[in-house]
Design a protein around this ligand. Structure first.
Ligand SMILES: [Zn+2]
Length: 608
């Protein structure tokens, strides 16, 4: 009998979308978190490093932005060049092997990014983003970081395997961060880049080709320049595995990936087109793991089997060494977020902001209108009707927390909870027709209700993030969710008069939307009439600071259009457990999950 070639086991561990969450702490709500923080993920990392002696640790980007700690060290007290960012203190300690960039890592500009990444004691790769070079063909200058990296990993019995890495991020960074990236970088298509580099890595002798894709899985349909390319990446011949992220979901196992087997998305075993894929949630909620059983035969490596898994941090304690590494910064951040801004007479919450008007959204909108009026005064736009487009944020959508701020004093953390993003304040000009298109796009947030159906359906489309559900204040309208997308906005009125399609409106928004974020039709082409560089959140802080007490009245300027007869179909809405005492009459509590802290409601469509 021929002796069997030896086999080896290799485990690649992944974190993604950490958004600077190290301490298991929700800084917005100023309370401990049991499901986030790299300190907890670290315990899982250590566990699997013990189990699998051949392991590699990777990070998939969206690392340095997204919580109060990130804000503190980048904007409030920007780190000096010689000082290490707290996230890199931890990652160096955990001995990461390699990392790539996510879209949010560009939020503070290239210079800051370069400055802090210098302190990482592991390689960074970035395959599809290049410095802008005015004179070069397609303005493609030098690469920001090496496009590929071959890691020579020594396995047991002193065998060496060459693992080739590619790292890609959504080219949409140039839309989302246009104001700081235009003429600074260019971004290329994820799929085309990977095809080219995977073949190149093979030629260079890579035994395995791994893609670190800061990109999501859904939708499955590919269009050039796509944001979420993982499905397409798994079809590329030389690609052996894809580490995904960006969508803050969990794969395998996440609900949104159920029932896709017919498209070769296997949510049980974590394979797409037969290639292993993982997505480890967000904020350190999970550790992703792809495990290969490899055989070496005649100098060639072959994958005999592969397994993908995600592991939740929920039952794991935070690693004490990690906590001690950032203890000082954590204390400073806590002092900062608790600093007093003003008084409020309003209970702000976001539990229902995706299905009805709420004070937490309208508070932001009313401040936007007031600030806009002040700034348009004396200009030719002074008399143009001023509206405010704002999408409810922190509504539990895509891994975000909820807003729940009691009456009383407001601190920095509360304002950051009401407006978490570092967005700049903008005013753009649209006509009545464009306004309707804007709202129609936004109304895609809802699943279509079939009045003859009987199966259970979520009222919200889980793939549509709440940060793209723009509600427009200053006009009134109804959303008919029994109609298909594009045909849902009814009774759109300004001052109780149906909107004239040619009438001009000035609309307060932010740089994300104004530069095309969310792919709203034509919004990036609308004329800009106030191009402020002030952060919207800072405007809110200043307003609260200047008032004796915040009072906001709720204008029910939009609602979901009620239907006459109750339905056989079960229409479901989910929110936080804390929402129960406050739920509106059109919701009936169905069940609660104490463990996941979720409440499930039945929607009575006759009562909107
Ligand atoms: Zn992210």
């Amino acid at each position: 009998m021929k002796p069997r070639s030896p086999t080896y086991q290799l485990a690649i561990l992944e974190t993604s979308d950490l958004h600077c969450n190290i301490v298991p702490y929700d800084y917005y709500n100023d309370k401990k978190s049991d499901h986030s923080g790299l300190a907890k993920t670290a315990s899982l990392i250590k566990k699997f490093q013990k189990i699998y002696k051949n392991s590699i640790l990777v990070d998939n980007g969206d690392l340095i932005q997204g919580n109060a700690l990130a804000d503190y060290v980048s904007r409030y007290q920007p780190l000096p060049a010689d000082q290490i960012h707290p996230i890199f203190k931890v990652m160096n300690y955990l001995k990461y092997d390699i990392a790539t960039l996510g879209n949010h890592d560009f939020n503070y500009g290239i210079d800051f990014l370069k400055q802090i990444v210098k302190h990482a004691e592991f390689p960074y790769i970035c395959s599809n983003i290049f410095l802008y070079e005015a004179k070069a063909p397609h303005h493609k200058g030098k690469s920001l970081y090496p496009e590929t990296y071959i890691l020579e990993k020594i396995l047991d019995q002193n065998e060496m395997i060459k693992i080739g890495f590619i790292g890609v991020a959504p080219p949409q960074i140039l839309v989302w961060d246009k104001h700081i990236l235009e003429n600074k970088v260019i971004a290329l298509d994820i799929v085309e880049t990977t095809k080219k580099l995977a073949a190149q890595l093979k030629k260079e002798g890579a035994d395995l080709v791994i893609v670190l894709a800061h990109s999501g899985i859904l939708p499955l349909k590919y269009v050039p320049e796509t944001e979420n390319a993982v499905f397409e990446l798994t079809k590329i011949k030389h690609v052996d595995a894809v580490f995904s992220g960006h969508q803050h979901s969990v794969f395998p196992g996440g609900k949104v990936f159920n029932n896709l087997k017919k498209y070769h998305v296997d949510n049980e075993i974590g394979k797409i087109n037969n290639k292993p894929v993982v997505m480890p949630g967000a904020l350190g909620s999970h550790l992703g793991l792809i495990r290969f059983i490899l055989e070496k035969k005649n100098k060639n490596w072959k994958i005999l089997q592969s397994f993908s898994e995600v592991h939740s941090v929920k039952d794991f304690e935070a690693d004490s060494k990690v906590l001690s590494l950032v203890d000082e910064e954590n204390k400073k951040v806590l002092t900062h977020i608790r600093s007093y801004v003003g008084q409020s007479n309003v209970h702000f919450h976001s539990w229902f902001s995706t299905i009805m008007t709420t004070l937490s959204s309208q508070f932001i909108q009313k401040i936007g209108i007031e600030y806009g009026q002040k700034n348009l005064k004396g200009t030719q736009w002074e008399k143009t009707p001023l509206l405010c487009a704002f999408a409810p944020l922190n509504t539990g959508s895509h891994g975000s927390p909820y807003i729940n701020i009691a009456k009383g004093s407001l601190a920095i953390k509360d304002i950051s909870n009401l407006y978490p993003y570092d967005n700049e304040f903008k005013i753009i000009l649209a006509n009545g027709n464009q306004l309707k298109e804007w709202l129609e796009f936004s109304a895609k947030a809802f699943n279509q209700i079939d009045i003859n159906a009987t199966d259970e359906i979520n009222i919200l489309n889980p793939l549509f993030p709440s940060f793209n559900f723009d509600c427009i204040f200053g006009v009134t309208y109804e959303i008919d969710i029994t109609q298909p997308p594009g045909n849902r906005i009814y009774n759109l009125c300004y001052d109780n008069i149906p909107i004239n399609p040619r009438k001009k409106f000035a609309i307060v928004t932010n740089n994300y939307r104004a530069s095309g974020g969310g792919n709203f039709p034509n919004v990036n082409k609308f004329k800009s009439i106030l191009n402020s560089t002030e952060l919207y959140r800072d405007i809110v802080v200043a307003k609260v600071n200047s008032c004796n007490e915040i009072n906001v009245n709720l204008d029910r300027n939009w609602k979901i259009r009620p239907i006459k007869n109750s339905l056989k179909q079960k229409i479901i809405f989910e929110s936080a457990l804390d929402s129960i005492p406050y739920h509106p009459p059109f919701l009936n509590l169905l069940s609660k999950d104490g463990l996941l802290k979720r409440a499930k409601y039945l929607v009575d469509m006759t009562k909107f």
